[in-house]
Design a protein around this ligand. Structure first.
Ligand code: AGP
Length: 609
């Protein structure tokens, strides 16, 4: 997610803009910029890299003026560069905008604006908004901005500045945060409370669709229809550290709760308007291209590897192409069978994992075509791969990966459907039905997040066990692997996942009275088999927590506790079943007093072998 700041008052704007952006650095970004109105024109200064690069660029020649906006960019469309950094302007430089989110219809708008003579400088979706304002501007700043908002689609928080309307900022939001800080003879705008908390704790929190006209001595808020809205002042009582976590105790919990939005954002632009087909404009594959491969590898590490296992299941189930999944640290040392008929798919949240990058380079050297699924635009893996599909999860700060995992799953599901469409391995009606269920997943994740109390109770009751087992079959087994890793890496409990049918081949020897077993039973096609495995462990007096689909009353007869997740196609159940496992790991780590966001011995991105 990008960072946004705005200032209007009697002081030099640049002071707050740089201070505010520095308070947002923790979110991760790849470039920064500011724009300040100096009484005649708007001066824009921006730079790829850290905020310090921007400060170096303007030191000794600071922008002068008391109205300004600023931005730290987390790239989604257009690589990290000076020209792609925000703020963005129209052709004349009279209108300037900063943006957080995704303008879904930007390509259509850009084509229309180019036809009308607008000259674009950047690769971003955001720049369209500045040119659109120039196109529709009728002398009235507010009504012109409202006209722009009528034409753009997607998720956004936006702040507009106009040379023709000095001393005024207009801001609005849809599905992205934006707060207004109420000062004395000055007012502040920010995407996140940490940016303003040192200046004021009195804020207005904008709701979706609301628009605010901010001057140094007035804040006027209106709804989508332009009708005035009266807002209560929200007093921020968080300290600076809590504010960075959006009020959550840890980044991990914040990111677990960001999953509905992360999944929704990752799906945006990838489903056709009529909801019937998948559109992956980034790939532009055809049947001949896909049929040219006789092998597909998915290679990754850790959680990304677990996502790859689910990706294998999806591609084989829907596109009927065989897939081999391997951990990157093993793959390139086994002299893999890789040539020009191989498609290598690498998965990496950070895009910097050394083993994964090395596997990618080795496969390219052997002639493979390569596709990267990553969360970081411009990362080493993104730049090395032939093609890239981005998860749009926003920065993931906690070492334990959560929203990256669910967005990787969503991306694999979309990719497998896309391949099935191209190859005709699934009928259009079948694909359309899965897409309809896919669109419900963000809301279903929210529903799953709405009742954490039972999970907190389990974590308190079993959080001091030293051994926990996770079992499941098929996709439930793949999710069990991820659940076990989450528990291990943040609570330091020894946790292992087993294919439920494998227990009797050895592991059952470890199941004795009181041992906690997390049993996933969401896959209807193997439900009865899983149930018999659950009975096996119950017969040894294990304590069993079942994860089941809503409405499943059978399971509760055989286990000690059940956590239900919403019903969806069994292919999509992993996106829901993983959520209670993430929360179980989180609350177990809390119970044990562990450092949730920075667990011992681990790093967020493993850039060494
Ligand atoms: C997951 O919770 C861990 N932090 C770790 O396994 C991680 O998934 C792995 O290091 C891969 O990182 P990447 O996705 O950035 O490549």
């Amino acid at each position: 997610m990008c960072g946004i700041v705005g200032y209007v008052g009697d002081k030099q704007a640049v002071g707050f803009l740089l201070e505010g952006l520095s308070k947002l650095e923790y979110r991760g970004y790849d470039s920064a910029g500011i724009a300040v109105y100096d009484g005649q024109k708007i001066r824009v200064e921006k730079s790829v890299g850290r905020l310090a690069s921007l400060q170096d660029k303007i030191s000794g020649n600071m922008p002068v003026g008391t109205t300004g906006i600023g931005h730290t960019r987390w790239a989604t469309h257009g690589r990290p560069s000076d020209i792609n950094a925000h703020p963005h302007t129209d052709c004349s430089g009279d209108f300037v905008v900063v943006h957080n989110g995704i303008i879904e219809n930007y390509l259509t708008l850009k084509e229309e604006l180019i036809e009308r003579g607008h000259a674009f400088k950047s690769e971003t979706d955001t720049e369209v908004v500045a040119h659109l304002l120039e196109e529709v501007y009728n002398g009235d700043f507010v009504s012109s901005v409202r006209e722009v908002l009528q034409r753009i689609e997607g998720s956004y928080s936006l702040v507009f500045m106009s040379r023709r309307d000095p001393g005024t900022l207009i801001c609005t939001k849809q599905d992205n945060p934006l707060v207004i800080g109420i000062g004395n003879g000055e007012n502040f705008i920010a995407s996140d409370i940490p940016a303003i908390i040192n200046r004021t704790r009195r804020t207005f929190i904008l709701n979706d669709g609301e628009l605010a006209v901010v001057k140094k001595d007035s804040i006027k808020i209106m709804n989508r229809r332009g009708e005035p809205v009266t807002k209560k002042v929200f007093e921020v009582n968080w300290n600076a550290e809590a504010a960075e976590k959006g009020g959550y105790e840890h980044f991990m919990l914040k990111e677990i709760n960001e999953q509905p939005k992360a999944v929704r954002d990752t799906l945006s632009q990838r489903i056709s308007k009529d909801g019937q087909t998948i559109t992956l404009d980034e790939l532009k594959w055809n049947a001949d291209y896909l049929k040219s491969f006789n092998k597909i590898y998915i290679v990754a590490c850790g959680t990304a590897y677990h996502a790859g296992l689910v990706g294998k299941f999806y591609i084989e189930k829907l596109a009927r192409i065989p897939v081999t999944v391997d951990v990157a640290s093993e793959f390139r040392y086994r002299d893999p069978i890789v040539d020009e008929n191989t498609l290598l798919i690498v998965v990496s949240q950070s895009g910097e994992t050394s083993d994964t990058l090395a596997a990618l380079k080795e496969s390219k050297r052997r002639g493979a075509k390569t596709l990267a699924l990553t969360n970081v635009v411009g990362s080493s893996i993104a730049r090395e791969a032939d093609q890239v599909l981005y998860t749009w999860a926003g920065p993931e700060i906690a070492v334990a990966s959560t929203k990256a995992y669910t967005t990787q799953l969503i991306l694999f599901f979309v990719l497998a459907l896309y391949m099935a469409q191209i190859l005709g391995t699934k009928k259009p009606a079948f694909i359309a039905d899965l897409i309809a269920q896919l669109k419900n997943v963000p809301a279903q994740i929210s529903e799953t997040l709405s009742d954490v109390e039972p999970i907190k109770t389990f974590a308190k009751r079993y959080g001091f066990n030293e051994d926990v087992f996770y079992i499941g079959r098929q996709l439930d087994y793949d999710v069990a692997l991820e659940g076990a890793l989450k528990l291990k890496e943040i609570s330091y409990i020894h946790a292992e996942a087993y294919a439920a049918g494998e227990l009797k081949h050895g592991t059952l020897a470890l199941i004795v009275e009181g041992v906690p077993v997390i049993a996933l039973a969401t896959q209807k096609s193997v439900y009865e088999k899983t149930l018999s495995n659950i009975k096996e462990v119950k017969a040894r007096d294990a304590v069993v927590i079942g994860i089941a689909s809503a409405g499943d009353e059978e399971l509760s007869k055989y286990v000690d506790h059940v956590i239900h997740v919403p019903v969806t196609d069994e292919l999509l159940e992993p996106l829901l079943a993983v959520v209670p496992l993430q929360l179980l790991a989180y609350y177990a780590a809390i119970t044990r007093g562990c450092d949730v966001d920075k667990p011992r011995n681990l790093a967020k991105s493993v850039t060494v072998e």
